[in-house]
Design a protein around this ligand. Structure first.
Ligand code: SF4
Ligand code: SF4
Length: 163
């Protein structure tokens, strides 16, 4: 079902995501995203912090790579969002289906937090293997020390997310 190149690509645009998951899932995810828009802001990225995403800062107003975020983020919704989304049981079941085709490896603690996927590519180990860990950490330090404003940090962080 999934195209090989997209299936191995880490950072996705909206159109990459639609191509990967198809129009039906994309429509359901849009509805979930709308629910997340009301549920997530007061939470301030609990899941992003707990999954140890190196792009996360509690001082950012939103995800710095929102329109390049990987499928794990695009397809992650916690129980609160699932509950808040106006989807019926069949539609919620449908959201689980493509995940089975993407899962590889053993499920672990990460899988319990981001329960739809077993591994997360933007933690220390993931970014080290992508070869951008040092650059991301440096930019995050510059931002958190006030030497880089949010807009500039977003541009530079996004520029690292090409593959
Ligand atoms: S998905 Fe859930 S845990 Fe993550 S930011 Fe939104 S409300 Fe918080
Ligand atoms: S890349 Fe994903 S985990 Fe990291 S801050 Fe953005 S949405 Fe959260």
């Amino acid at each position: 079902m999934f195209k090989d190149t997209l299936n191995t690509k880490i950072f996705l645009t909206d159109s990459d995501f639609e191509e990967l998951f198809g129009p039906r899932i994309t429509r359901l995810v849009r509805i979930m995203n709308k629910a997340a828009g009301t549920v997530c802001p007061p939470c301030n990225g609990f899941c992003c912090k707990n999954i140890r995403c190196l792009f996360y800062s509690e001082y950012f107003s939103t995800c710095p790579i929102f329109d390049r975020r990987p499928r794990e983020c695009r397809y992650h919704f916690c129980h609160e969002v699932f509950t808040a989304a106006p989807l019926n049981g069949e539609e919620k079941d449908m959201l689980q289906q493509p995940v089975e085709e993407l899962i590889c490896g053993d499920r672990g603690g990460i899988a319990r937090l981001f329960f739809l996927f077993p591994e997360f590519p933007l933690d220390e180990k993931g970014l080290a293997s992508l070869g951008i860990k040092g650059e991301v950490e440096q930019l995050m330090r510059e931002f958190e020390k006030g030497r880089l404003d949010e807009k500039a940090a977003f541009v530079q962080l996004k520029a690292l997310c090409q593959g």
